[in-house]
Ligand binder design. Structure first.
Ligand code: RIB
Length: 342
């Protein structure tokens, strides 16, 4: 395998000059750069990542801890982080924690051994112990996504309070009498904000989510299915005529439960979700939802982190990205309001 000395010999310069060309650590004449690059190509020289890291005290690698990359929302965020890293010459090391502290500790130890330059964290339940463990990273800058406030370089979130309000205003515009809600876990910060926004908007129009029309899910398809079944067990006259689910996966489960119960969407019950994952437009019926800028969340996190690595400058502590209403056909005028039998 060719070494840096072979490249130096072939291009008629010192190994130090070759190193400056590789790491852009000093200006080198264009003619010399061209000679070195031709020698590298001819010899098939591959710089040693370890040697480079030791020299410039950087590995140009970013670690990422994510709850689980199987959820399409997280997958889109990860794609944004990876693209942001690639755009600036960094690679990404992805670790699934399933929000389990023991797994987090193992992953953190592995990332520290790989001398990552920075860390992106996406944890939905925002366990304080989670961020306490991160203190072990000491000088490694951290940017968090989709979590509550944390002592990190920056927290980048969807503005879920606004998103919940958008959902509430939209549902209120149809004049539904009984709006239900499938929430996330009680400790889920984004779910809490969406429900608060929904309630605030509904209150403005003189209504609210009755306690018996609120069902808790784990924000999975099955969780939404079970939560909707709970709402369907209510007497017909107490059933919701519209349901807001705090994410698209639980909305998907709700659609399944409604159809299994022999009811129609939106004729008997309207359904609205949150995230606008890729599948939302292809659900039956296509899901009306609130789109959170998942790719942009990830891309912005990578850019903020790498800019901080390069400049050392403080970043804006919390950034909220604006959600968007995606109107499809799972929300519409209820049959009951048309005087049809449910
Ligand atoms: O679908 C997963 C949900 O939990 C998303 O809405 C995201 O905000 C995460 O917190």
């Amino acid at each position: 395998m060719a070494t840096i000395k072979d490249v130096a010999r072939e291009s008629g310069v010192s190994a130090t000059t070759v190193s400056h060309v590789l790491n852009s650590t000093r200006r080198v004449s264009p003619d010399t750069v061209e000679r070195v690059e031709k020698a590298i190509e001819m010899l098939g020289y591959e710089p040693s990542g370890v040697a480079r890291a030791l020299k410039v005290k950087k590995t140009y690698s970013i670690g990422m801890l994510v709850t689980n990359s199987t959820n399409p929302f997280f997958a889109e965020v990860i794609h944004g982080v990876e693209t942001g890293c690639f755009d600036q010459g960094f690679s990404l090391i992805l670790c699934n924690t399933d929000d389990v502290l023991d797994k987090l500790v193992v992953h953190l130890r592995a990332l520290m051994m790989k001398r990552i330059d920075g860390l992106v964290v996406m944890t939905t339940n925002g366990d304080p112990q989670f961020f306490k463990r991160l203190e072990a990273l000491k000088r490694t800058p951290v940017v968090a996504i989709d979590t509550g406030d944390a002592d990190v370089v920056s927290v980048i979130n969807d503005d879920s309070l606004l998103g919940g309000r958008m959902a509430g205003n939209y549902l209120a515009s149809f004049g539904f009498e009984r709006v239900g809600c499938i929430t996330g876990p009680a400790d889920h910060p984004r779910s809490r904000e969406r429900v608060a926004g929904l309630e605030a908007a509904l209150q403005t129009s003189g209504t609210k989510v009755p306690a018996n029309l609120r069902a808790v899910s784990d924000l999975t398809v099955q969780g939404g299915y079970l939560a909707m079944q709970e709402l369907l067990r209510l007497p017909a006259q107490e059933r919701p005529d519209a349901v807001f689910a705090c994410n698209d996966l639980s909305a998907m489960g709700a659609l399944c439960a409604i159809h299994e119960g022999g009811l129609s969407v939106p004729g008997d019950i309207s359904v609205m979700g949150y995230d606008d994952i890729e599948y939302a437009a292809f659900m039956s019926p296509p899901l009306t939802t609130i789109r959170q800028p998942a790719f942009e969340l990830g891309h912005r996190a990578a850019k903020v982190l790498i800019d901080h690595l390069k400049t050392g400058e403080k970043a804006q502590r919390t950034m909220l990205l604006k959600p968007e209403l995606m109107e499809r056909s799972s929300v519409g005028t209820s049959n009951r309001s048309k005087g049809c039998a449910a």
